[in-house]
Design a protein around this ligand. Structure first.
Ligand SMILES: Nc1ncnc2c1ncn2[C@@H]1O[C@H](COP(=O)(O)OP(=O)(O)OP(=O)(O)O)[C@@H](O)[C@H]1O
Ligand SMILES: [Mg+2]
Length: 347
């Protein structure tokens, strides 16, 4: 099996409770065209999302989070191609579907809140009408019934005076209110999966916190699954059941949230956690990250080796694969067992 891949058994985790997971990603590889060459920016990524589970996807800018999340939506950016792997949603192979076959699934069974959500609203259309059109497009409801449902969902996502808001244009709303409208559109057809790509990045801290509360509540009420993409581990800690960490296109660690924060095992995860100011867990990483992810200078072995305080010559040459070190906790670092002891000794 290729580097970065995990066995289906290992990927299951406690959240799937022995049931078939809602989403299964197997060895996903996505390339972008760079001049005359195809370059892999997501490499052999495998994970699962259980029913009702929120999985976080973390990692620095450019590591491939959005590319991975879009594949979940059966979608890839222009100039890219899925070079390998499979995405299975509720038993269906999504990557094998045409755009036309995918259309009824998008919005009704899987919803996307993209990286710049406000830009997805149509500026010239009242926001209430935009929700009504979503309901009509998926045959959920129409006319006055759809408008009633719109006002109801606006109330549920915490918009004040929902009937009044429904009559406004996007530019008449604050950034936080626009965000709530986008989330209302994403959940109004009660999808099984919502994919959120950095949905709070553009918001102030208070609005971010309110939005995270809202998402936790929606998840509790509806049993929806979520893939929550963020470079901010502090945010993921608040909302996710498990967190997967990517580096340079590969998955390098995946674990239940509390375990990842208390016992991060990959040096990169340790560095990311050390950069979260309010994490005070006893075993959290203490080594701050140095340097930046440089895709033009990746070794054949572990992509993180050039920045890793624990790397050995072997790390630069030998590809790493995810291995289970605890039940439901996988890490792609052959040195992981030694590192905890080594850093304890130098503390
Ligand atoms: N349209 C494109 N053409 C060529 N390369 C691209 C394109 N879009 C993204 N890439 C490259 O693919 C890699 C992964 O990009 P992606 O947008 O998935 O990263 P990300 O983790 O979501 O980053 P961010 O946190 O900045 O949103 C990056 O190295 C990026 O330069
Ligand atoms: Mg992104």
């Amino acid at each position: 099996m290729a580097a970065g891949a995990i066995t289906p058994e290992a990927a299951g985790g406690p959240s799937t409770n022995g049931r078939e997971p809602l989403v299964r990603v197997d060895d996903l590889t996505v390339d972008y065209r760079n001049d005359d060459q195809w370059v892999s920016v997501v490499k052999d990524v495998s994970f699962e999302i259980g029913r009702g589970e929120t999985l976080g996807l973390a990692g620095e800018s450019g590591c491939g989070k959005t590319t991975t999340a879009l594949a979940m939506f059966g979608y890839h950016k222009p100039g890219s191609r899925v070079a390998g792997g499979r995405v299975t949603f509720d038993g269906r192979d999504l990557l094998g579907l045409s755009d036309r076959q995918m259309q009824p699934i998008r919005g009704s069974r899987i919803s996307l809140v993209p990286q710049n959500p406000a830009s997805t609203l149509t500026p010239s259309m009242k926001v209430g009408r935009q929700v009504v059109e979503t309901l009509e497009a998926h045959g959920v409801s129409s006319g006055s019934e759809a408008m009633e449902r719109t006002v109801e969902i606006f109330g549920q996502v915490g918009l004040p005076e929902p009937a009044e808001i429904a009559r406004r244009y996007p530019h008449q709303l604050s950034g936080g209110q626009q965000q709530r409208v986008v989330i209302a559109i994403a959940i109004v057809c009660r999808p099984d999966l919502i994919v959120l790509d950095e949905p709070t990045t553009a918001l102030d801290v208070t609005t971010q916190a309110r939005l995270l509360e809202l998402l936790t509540q929606i998840k509790g009420d509806s049993g929806m699954s979520a893939l929550y993409v963020s470079h901010n581990l502090g945010v993921l800690e608040q909302i996710c059941d498990r967190v997967a960490v990517m580096y340079a296109g590969e998955l390098i660690e995946i674990a239940p949230t509390a375990e990842l924060f208390n016992q991060p095992r990959h040096p990169y995860t340790r560095g990311l956690i050390a950069a979260v100011p309010r994490v005070e867990a006893e075993h959290a990483g203490t080594e701050k990250l140095r340097g930046l992810l440089r895709r033009d200078d990746l070794p054949d072995g572990c992509g993180f080796a050039p920045r890793c305080p624990y790397s050995r010559p072997q790390c630069f040459t030998d590809p790493q694969r995810l291995d289970e070190i605890e039940p439901s906790h996988q890490v792609a670092c052959w040195r992981a067992p030694d590192i905890e002891a080594e850093s304890e000794a130098t503390r």
